[in-house]
Design a protein around this ligand. Sequence first.
Ligand code: HEM
Length: 162
Amino acid sequence: MSGWNDLAIARAIHVVAVLLWIGGVAFVATTLLPACRAMAMPAQRIALFETLERRFAAQARLTTLAAGLSGFWLAHRLGAWARFAAPGDWWWMHLMVTIWALFTLMLFVLEPLVLHRWFAEQARRDPARTFARIERLHRVLLALSLVAAAGAVAGSHGGWQF
Ligand code: HEM
C-alpha cells in the first residue's frame, strides 16, 4: 500500500510516548519532589507527593506501554534483534530496554504490590530519609533515561558508527 509507512508511524508513536513519559519524570524529579519537600513537614511529604503524582503514574503506565509496543515493532521491522548480541556498538539499545524494563517493573508490579506499603512503613520510621531516597531514585532514573534518549537519537542516525 503506498503512502503508508508503518516504520515512520511507529517511530513517531515511540518518540511522542517517550517524550510524554520521560518529560513527566523530569517534571517530577526537578519540580514536584522539591516542591513537596519545601511545602510539607517530613511526615506529610510522602502523602502529599503520592496524592499529586497519582495521575502521572496512570499516564506513565500508558506511555511506557505505547513506547514498549512501538519499540518492539521498530526492532522487529528493522530486524534489529541481532544488535542485542553486540553490546559495544549498540549500548543505547540495551539502555532503552533496561530503562523500559525498570519502569515497567516499578509501575506495574513493585509500586502497586510492594513499594506503596514499604514506603508507608519506612515513612513512619524515618520520613525525611525515605523522601530523600524517593528523590534520589527519580534523579537517577531521569539521568539514565536522558542518556538513553540522547544515545538512541544519535545511534538511530548513525552517530555511533566509527
Ligand atoms: C522495550 C523498550 C524499547 C525498545 C524495544 C525500543 C526500540 C527502539 C528501536 C528499534 C528504535 C529504532 C532504532 C533505529 O532506528 O536504528 C528506537 C528508537 C528510539 N528510542 Fe527506543 N526502544 C525502547 C524504549 C525506549 C526508551 C525507554 C527510550 C527513552 C528513554 C527510547 C527512546 C528512543 C529514541 C529517542 C529513539 C530514536 C528515534 C529517532 O531519532 O529516530 N526508547 N527504539
